[in-house]
Design a protein around this ligand. Structure first.
Ligand code: ATP
Ligand code: MG
Length: 365
């Protein structure tokens, strides 16, 4: 097997993308893409996976495919450098998933922490769609189909990657070295591993309605920031405030760079001093939120503007996706062919098999 570096990631088209996606994965993808230090990069819109918990609302998924594609382009993903495609258009992924299902037990899936949390979050209780329950398997198919070596994702995806690695190891153990074992690539900055929602909840998530979207207007961004969760015990400006669990400071950890102080808050030399003042007391939430707002506006304005430009030619965006699907399909078909060969279910391409059977039946005469 070759040692080339192949990158793969995707997002569910359950809404527009938000700043959690940006710091958790999207920003990294664009950096990797521009560094050019890889041989192939695949980025996909996981519509089939989104349907596993939205089967009664396919229209939501359909509408959001183009929204996610626009977010990708707006953030700088470049279809000449990365293959951008739609999951459902690659039937080979279903085929791979079907075989992978035999390599995983029900109890192993039940122990997967991401599956557990997501089932709870969606209040499925005992009515869990089988497709949703098995989505870590389909995710393993998505990753291995493209022989991905590197998967840049947020921390919530760690158990998914572990599950994929187990599937690869088991497949290769039974059938011989065929699949590539992927590595997770997490954000370096701890605040970006799992960005909290504006309500202070553990994860900014489309499904929880606590997001700042990449495409949000300047006014909406400001409104959301000014009403963000901080320290509920910090009632008066002179009171000492808490930094831990204070979402505004978590966002500053994620987004603030040293030069932002000189630009937007020259009274403070750096983030450590700002935090110290807040903890001592005497620094109001509004001042910190205004600073965060300036930083977010600076980051999101160019993304919003580029999105507007790309949205002027929607047919071109669909065309780009279609081309991506063609390239992705060929790559997945290649892997599937190796898989079938390893499993010896490639009956018509196996000349030895036919010769063997001819001999066996001749012996019965
Ligand atoms: P849904 O609620 O529909 O699952 P989501 O907001 O969790 O949507 P996904 O499409 O599941 O988004 O995730 C896409 C990618 O973004 C994954 O790599 C995931 O790890 C990352 N990601 C999502 N939310 C965050 C977050 N709050 N912080 C860091 N990374 C995140
Ligand atoms: Mg998710």
């Amino acid at each position: 097997m070759s040692k080339e570096k192949i990158i793969l990631t995707g997002d569910r088209p359950t809404g527009r993308l938000h700043i959690g996606h940006y710091v958790g994965s999207l920003k990294r993808r664009v950096e990797l893409q521009d560094a050019g230090d890889y041989s192939k990069m695949f980025v996909f819109i996981a519509d089939a996976q989104a349907l596993t918990d939205n089967i009664d609302n396919p229209e939501k998924v359909r509408q959001n495919v183009i929204e996610v594609a626009l977010d990708y382009l707006a953030c700088g993903l470049d279809p000449t450098k990365a293959t951008i495609f739609i999951q459902s258009q690659i039937p080979e992924l279903c085929e791979l998933s079907f075989y992978f299902m035999d390599l995983v037990t029900v109890s192993r899936l039940q122990r997967n922490p991401t599956v557990k949390t997501e089932i709870q979050m969606r209040n499925f209780e005992t009515s869990i769609p089988v497709g949703f329950f098995t989505y870590p398997i389909s995710q393993a198919a998505d990753i291995t189909a493209f022989r991905a070596t590197t998967v840049p994702v947020g921390e919530d995806q760690e158990p998914m990657l572990e599950q994929a690695r187990e599937i690869v190891r088991r497949f290769n153990y039974i059938y011989g070295e065929t699949l590539v074992e992927p590595e997770i690539l997490l954000p370096d900055n701890a605040a970006c591993l799992r960005l909290p929602g504006t309500d202070g909840k553990a994860k900014m998530s489309k499904s929880l309605g606590n997001c700042i979207y990449l495409s949000e207007s300047a006014d909406e961004i400001q409104k959301k920031i000014m009403s963000m969760y901080t320290d509920p015990g910090h009632l008066r400006v002179q009171d000492p405030g808490k930094i831990e669990g204070n979402t505004v400071f978590t966002y500053l950890d994620a987004f603030c760079r040293p030069e932002h102080f000189e630009l937007y808050l020259p009274d403070y030399p750096n983030l450590a001093e700002l935090k110290a003042h807040y903890q001592r007391g005497g620094l109001g939430d509004v001042k910190v939120k205004r600073f965060l707002n300036a930083i977010m506006q600076e980051m999101l304005e160019p993304i919003r503007n580029r999105r507007k430009e790309f949205s002027k030619d929607i047919p071109a965006v669909y065309e780009m996706l279609k081309n991506g699907c063609d390239v992705a399909r060929a790559a997945a078909a290649d892997t599937l062919s190796d898989v079938k060969k390893a499993m010896k279910i490639n009956y018509f391409d196996d000349a030895e098999l036919i010769a063997e059977q001819v001999k066996r039946f001749a012996g019965q005469e």
